[in-house]
Design a protein around this ligand. Structure first.
Ligand code: TMP
Length: 232
């Protein structure tokens, strides 16, 4: 199968049916816009399985995703999407760049979830955009921005209890959307410990890629723990 695209954590190949692609999840990890690099054993296997489970869960709850089926341990078959150049971040608890930008204490629960949009542009380091910036750049109409916000918040409403039931707090996460061949808006990319902050509900232990970003150690064990809990 033809390699269509290789990113930092995934490869995309043409699919066996028109309008589909195969996504292979790699063990490579990067942080800080590719400046920090490493291999995390079996990360690809965890991220493929976790993404498949969460996409299927979202579909079962009436949300539209690109997911078709899991082919094998590292490969998902998904609909080919024309991606929107925005990263949509939903936050339930203060962490990461929200802490850095606002000075609010990490771990502070937000009364109402917040949604942020980042420009998917490696050369610029994926900067935060406001609605006017999105219009200026022609990335999405105001109606589409509203739709993305609503969809992201619905996804949060479905995923938050899923994780809570497994002793995990869904602190924040990043989503990417696109259009399939029929012109339907679909959730794409992945949902995994690479793209979510997942804290143990009781101990607060970080069970996500922050262990790599911040050199906390125990990254493989954290990914295996999320695998175990998500697959329950
Ligand atoms: P941030 O606090 O660094 O802005 O991250 C918010 C969420 O987005 C967090 O769950 C991690 C995820 N994320 C990605 O998936 N890719 C990225 O490149 C970055 C910076 C964050």
């Amino acid at each position: 199968m033809e390699l269509l695209y290789e990113g930092k954590a995934k490869k995309v190949f043409s699919g066996s049916l028109p309008g589909t692609v195969r996504v292979e999840f790699k063990d490579s990890a990067t942080a800080f816009n590719g400046q920090k690099k490493s291999e995390i054993s079996d990360k690809g296997i965890v991220n493929a399985a976790v993404s498949a489970r969460l996409f299927a869960w979202l579909s079962d709850h009436g949300l539209s995703t690109h997911f078709i089926e899991q082919q094998d341990a590292r490969n998902l078959v998904v609909e080919q999407l024309t991606m929107i150049a925005l990263e949509v971040v939903v936050r339930n608890v203060v962490a990461g760049s929200l802490h850095q930008r606002t000075g609010l204490n990490e771990g502070t629960a937000l009364d109402v979830p917040i949604v942020e949009f980042y420009y998917k542009n490696d050369a610029l380091g994926d900067p935060l955009l406001n609605d006017d910036h999105i219009q200026l750049l022609g990335l999405a109409s105001p109606d589409l921005v509203a739709q993305l916000r609503q969809e992201a918040l619905r996804i949060n409403q479905v995923l938050t209890p899923f994780f809570n039931q497994r002793g995990v707090s869904l602190v924040d996460f990043k989503l990417e959307f696109g259009w399939n061949r029929a012109g339907d808006l679909k959730l794409g990319d992945e949902i995994s410990p690479d793209t979510c902050r997942l804290w143990d509900t009781i101990s607060g232990e970080r069970l996500d890629k922050d262990r790599f970003r911040r050199d906390l150690g125990g990254i493989e064990e954290a990914y295996q723990e999320i695998y175990k809990r998500v697959m329950q």
